[in-house]
Ligand binder design. Structure first.
Ligand code: GDP
Ligand code: MG
Length: 282
């Protein structure tokens, strides 16, 4: 087949640049994203005759729209539709790093998890069941030490397999609890009826979740359809009032809690932390 386009996403310091360099060697190109001064590095890798175009996205903790880096990373995934998104995660800090990977899955992009810093995780006595993590996430997980290049072959094999499936985007649906879920259903129906986001290939459910999170970019997008933003905002206000009254929390807080809950349950099933050494008190 043709060239496989791969975007590297990840928290700052997860090892994206190390992985990018290990994959591309000297075949690198540095430019900017169109119209802004955020650096865009891309380069090529090759394995068994298959060519890969690798793009190093800005480091982000989330796929919300709070920072320019997040908007740039998210827009690249949405607009350029890379064949595969690789979430580079720090295995020694897995639970926190999975937050971004799960958000990529909620968007629906085809994902491979690069479980980087395996040397650090091992030296800290963490036991990570990569196969179980693969099964629970429904995305391949490739253990890696980007600094030495260990595991690169397995990563590219997984990337090529996901690209070969050429599966349509299939957004992961997390439950955010009965109140928020009900609002999502009503908002999604409204969004679908107006066809908002369809041109960008965005699912109505994802747009609804983002509106509940008060995402400025998605607010702009639905604002293009006359009357739609007001109807959606009325639903959001209703559930926000209810959640404030019953849980003394805001909608964004509830969504983050459920997302962390989902990640925490996966983490506990895949990772065995070392038993804390206790001093004998005799
Ligand atoms: P980025 O911010 O995601 O681009 O991360 P970098 O590639 O700059 O890496 C951050 C730091 O982690 C650097 O000091 C790297 O040398 C180090 N690093 C990257 N990958 C590994 C790895 O697999 N194991 C270890 N021990 N260190 C790594
Ligand atoms: Mg970097």
């Amino acid at each position: 087949g043709g060239k496989i386009v791969v975007a590297l996403a990840g928290n700052p310091n997860a090892g994206k640049t190390s992985l990018f360099n290990a994959l591309t060697g000297a075949r690198q190109h540095v430019g900017n994203y169109p119209g802004i001064t955020v650096e865009k590095k891309s380069g090529q890798a090759q394995r068994e005759g298959q060519l890969f175009e690798i793009v190093d996205l800005p480091g982000t903790y989330s796929l919300s729209a709070y920072s320019l880096e997040e908007v740039v990373a998210r827009n690249f995934i949405i607009q350029d539709r890379p064949d595969v998104v690789v979430a580079v995660v720090d295995a020694s800090n897995l639970e926190r790093n999975l937050y971004l990977a799960v958000q990529i899955m909620e968007l629906g992009a085809p994902l491979v998890v690069a479980l980087n810093m395996m040397d650090l995780a091992e030296s800290r006595g963490l036991k990570i069941d990569a196969q179980r993590l693969t099964d629970l996430l429904g995305a391949p997980v490739a253990p890696l030490v980007a600094r030495t290049g260990k595991g690169l072959d397995g990563l590219l094999r997984a990337v090529a397999q996901v690209a070969a499936q050429g599966a349509p985007w299939r957004p992961l649906e997390i439950s955010y609890g009965p109140d928020v879920d009900e609002a999502i259903v009503r908002m999604s129906a409204c969004i679908a009826a107006h066809g908002a986001g369809a041109g960008q290939g965005l699912s109505p459910r994802w747009l609804a979740v983002k509106l509940l999170e008060r995402d400025a970019e998605v607010q702009k997008l639905v604002g293009q359809t006359p009357g739609l933003a007001q109807r959606l905002e009325a639903i959001r206000e209703g559930v926000a009032r209810h959640i404030q009254a019953t849980l003394d929390d805001d909608v964004e807080g509830v969504i983050a809690d459920y997302r962390y809950g989902f990640i925490g349950s996966i983490y506990r099933q895949c990772v065995t932390e070392p038993r804390v050494q206790r001093l004998e008190m005799s």
